[in-house]
Design a protein around this ligand. Sequence first.
Ligand code: 7TS
Length: 414
Amino acid sequence: MSAVLERRPVLNVDAVRRDFPILDLVVNGRPLVYLDNAASSQMPNAVIERLVKYQKEEHANIHRAVHYLSETATREFELAREKARRFLNAREAREIIFTRGTTEAINLVMHGYGRAFLKAGDEIILSALEHHSNIVPWQMLANEKGVVLRVIPMNDRGELLQEEFAKLFNRNTRLLALTHVSNALGTVNPVKEMIGYAHSHGVPVLVDGAQAAPHKRVDVQDLDCDFYAFSGHKLCGPTGIGVLYGKAERLEAMQPYQGGGDMILSVTFEKTDYNVIPYKFEAGTPAIAAAIGLGAAIDYLEGIGLAGIEAWEHELLAYATSRMKETKGVRIIGEAADKSAVLSFEIDGVHPHDVGTILNEEGIAIRTGHHCAQPVMQRFHVPATARASFAFYNTLAEVDKLMEGIVKVREIFG
Ligand code: 7TS
């Protein structure tokens, strides 16, 4: 089966792989098989070279000086913002705020919206699928303000229970904070419908898009979400950069999260007038190189095409799922009808950490642990899982290597 599919892929994987120098690495004497893309994806030459060009020819601080380099860096930084706007189909570039990543984006909303406007007794709806970064900030708010957190439960396949979701809304509901795709199980949530439902109750919605934006076309106007967050490093871009999209009217009403340079119009010791959005939320010198690198990563992904990426990753997932199902002693955790290319699994009688260690000896990189989603682990009564997560540069032959590695694990543990 793998040979047949490999001959007619929906994108040219061999050509794509040549764009990623790290994929030529030999690890423990074996060619690297990188299946930890949900944690962080790899960087193509186009992005690496863009970063080098910036450092060699364009670097200066932005938004302040009239000299050539500062103007160049400012222009390229703002061009990256425009690329992010287009990538999400946001209405305006000022709706794109650069952050350190998804985590900082969510914290920004917690401070700017949650701390500013919520009071004791107000309620926030989260889901049982959330990454810690979309739980802990809201818990901090709950502890500080007496805000109440309500959690949408899921079934044994890892799908959110829509009837239970609907029941959680009441007069005190102030926010729905929901992941688009689960990093631990791969579940794709029906966010558009859920956003529509929340809005019918007048409740704004924050979507954690960390695991969605790299794998499928996202259109924030079509979703009609109030906020959308993602990270550059999961999208073939650099670490230290991410995006918070917010509807302009929401951002304008919000409090800045951090104070400092660049986020002000005027300062006296009595009073500060804040800058307009997005600058109001970008205090201090930002990650200029990383933002420009993210712009290059967006160009690269769009050059390949999100539709082809999604289709190929879907083939990888379907093939890996069927191979795992026919392997004795292996149990898949998370079997939602709509899934992204994340495969969490358990091997009978073997701790996930040992699975990861033995696979690493074969040059295969997966993640083991709780994936920063401990409530998901608790729901499935496991301390941890092994997780293979695919990107568009992975091959069916790599899935075969993963399965050979799993057979080896079973042999070692008898
Ligand atoms: N939200 C989701 C759904 C995530 O998967 C992650 C990171 C984050 C938020 C946080 O992103 P950051 O870039 O701000 O750290 N997820 C993972 C993972 O699955 N393995 O390592 C990091």
